[in-house]
Design a protein around this ligand. Structure first.
Ligand SMILES: O=C(O)Cc1cc(O)ccc1O
Ligand SMILES: [Fe+2]
Length: 462
């Protein structure tokens, strides 16, 4: 496990491995999870990311100390006033996707980037978050939600805790400085961060306003995809995932608020100290970040267009082999070398549902209209593919067989086997591109065929 430094913060590398970190030498109990007296008078506390009895291969556990076994903190997280529904509530977060909360639509949907309000109204990460679509239920521990955010203010005097699932956050504009119970992570656009279920965290915006995408998964965790015939190396490498090192503050903070998302609703509880009081921790259930430029893409080197699964960074599995609750797939800069091949994405209908975002540049299938910070949704079996301009430009390229480098672009997809229902506010949003379908209407027939004299009224049959 190599330590890495980044703008003054130190990280540990690896994914799924057991790590330990102590902000004060000797604060982590050795050989014990819950000693009668923890070093330095800390409390032990365990945070479980899977049922205790999950098979060992899936049993992720993070501990933040003290009384029990794994995480060692100045005061345990139970030391707070009772939870109450947050006032004002947050009407644009959904944790259960059914007819009462959301809408079913097979229409191709696209949104322009949302404006990031410069100062007003003040919106921190929590208030800026709004659900776009999703499926299933956080209560039933099966499903996912896709949210977006456009925030202009650091969280102040509060920490967020998502009891519903893991967040995979994709900042598109503006860095996030995320303080977690395990330490701090600085996440600029081009990197992603995963905050597993149950961790308390606070988001600062050191660069000013920030905008991005969030996928949330209920009942499982992200893991690296199997590589199959690719072999032992390629795509995302475990050593490029970075977790924080222990960091704590011991401060009296009267009125400090824990905002807990539970069943898609927000609840608050106050306490008089910072929750970032973990002095040492060990376990394999930790937040982590990943720089997407570290991804090693594989693709066709002779002909045809490879399916996008070849660019899977992380996958959240279901119980059915090969069927993802949610895949996180990227379309990074790379060489295109296929011969006699239509190189952009093909026209297709997919039994999986595809939500896409663009971090920077131009997406290879859309010459116009899909902008950085924007989004699209092509649900189960909804036809989609390159827009007219892309198609016409591609088939008339004189250099169509020359190697070309796709540069300065980074798009991604959240792809799921579960069919999403869409929030009404996303359908009614002023950012929605109601003319999206027009990008394909201009596709004209290129069909030319010697039909042996048949007229248009007399179909040609062979
Ligand atoms: O629809 C999309 O743009 C995503 C996508 C990209 C690709 O290269 C192949 C299939 C696919 O769904
Ligand atoms: Fe697609």
């Amino acid at each position: 496990m190599a330590a890495q430094k980044d703008e003054g913060l130190q990280y540990m590398s690896g994914l799924g491995n057991s790590m330990w970190s102590e902000a004060v030498a000797g604060s982590l109990p050795r050989g014990h999870n819950s000693p009668l007296h923890c070093p330095l008078g800390l409390y032990a506390e365990q945070l479980s990311g899977t049922p205790f009895t999950a098979p060992r291969a899936r049993n992720l556990r993070t501990s933040t100390e003290t009384i029990c076994r794994w995480l060692y903190r100045i005061k345990p997280s139970v030391t707070h006033e009772p939870f109450h529904p947050r006032r004002p509530s947050h009407p644009r977060l959904i944790g259960e996707f059914d007819r009462t909360t959301t809408v079913a639509t097979p229409t191709q949907l696209r949104w322009r980037p949302a404006d990031v309000p410069p100062h007003h109204p003040p919106l921190d990460f929590i208030d800026a978050l709004y659900t776009v679509c999703g499926a299933g239920s956080s209560f039933l521990r099966h499903g996912y939600a896709i949210h977006m955010y456009a925030a202009n203010k650091s969280m102040d005097g509060c920490a967020f805790c998502n009891a519903d699932g893991d967040f995979l956050i994709v900042p598109q504009q503006g860095k996030l400085l995320i303080t977690t119970e395990c330490g701090k992570l600085l996440v600029p656009p081009g990197e992603i961060v995963v905050i597993p279920q149950g961790f308390r965290f606070a988001v600062d915006l050191p660069d000013g306003p920030s905008r991005g995408y969030v996928s949330e998964i209920f009942g499982t965790h992200f893991q690296l995809p199997d590589l199959g015939p690719i072999g032992a190396n390629g795509l995302a490498s475990a050593r490029d995932f970075l977790s924080p090192t222990a960091w704590f503050e011991q401060v009296h903070r009267p009125g400090y608020t824990i905002v807990q998302k539970y069943g898609g609703e927000l609840f608050t509880a106050t306490q008089d100290f910072s929750p970032f009081n973990v002095v040492a921790w060990h376990g394999n259930y930790v937040p982590y970040k990943y720089d997407l430029s570290k991804f090693c893409p594989f693709n066709t080197v002779l002909f045809d267009h490879a399916d996008p699964s070849v660019n899977t960074v992380l996958t959240a599995p279901t119980d059915k082999p090969g069927v993802a609750l949610l895949d996180f797939v990227i379309f990074p800069p790379r060489w295109l070398v296929a011969e006699n091949t239509f190189r952009p994405p093909y026209y297709h209908r997919n039994c999986m549902s595809e939500f896409m975002g663009l971090i920077y540049g131009i997406y290879e299938a859309k010459a116009d209209g899909f902008l950085p910070g924007g989004a699209s949704l092509h649900s189960c079996m909804t036809p989609h593919g390159p827009d007219t301009k892309t198609y016409e430009a591609t088939i008339s390229r004189p250099d169509a067989n020359e190697p070309s480098r796709l540069s300065g672009t980074l798009a991604f997809m959240f792809e799921s086997a579960l069919i999403p229902r869409v929030c009404q506010w996303a359908l009614d949003s002023p950012s929605r591109d109601l003319d999206y379908y027009q990008c394909w209407i201009g596709l004209k027939s290129h069909f030319s065929h010697d039909n042996g004299g048949a007229t248009s009224e007399e179909p040609c049959r062979k």
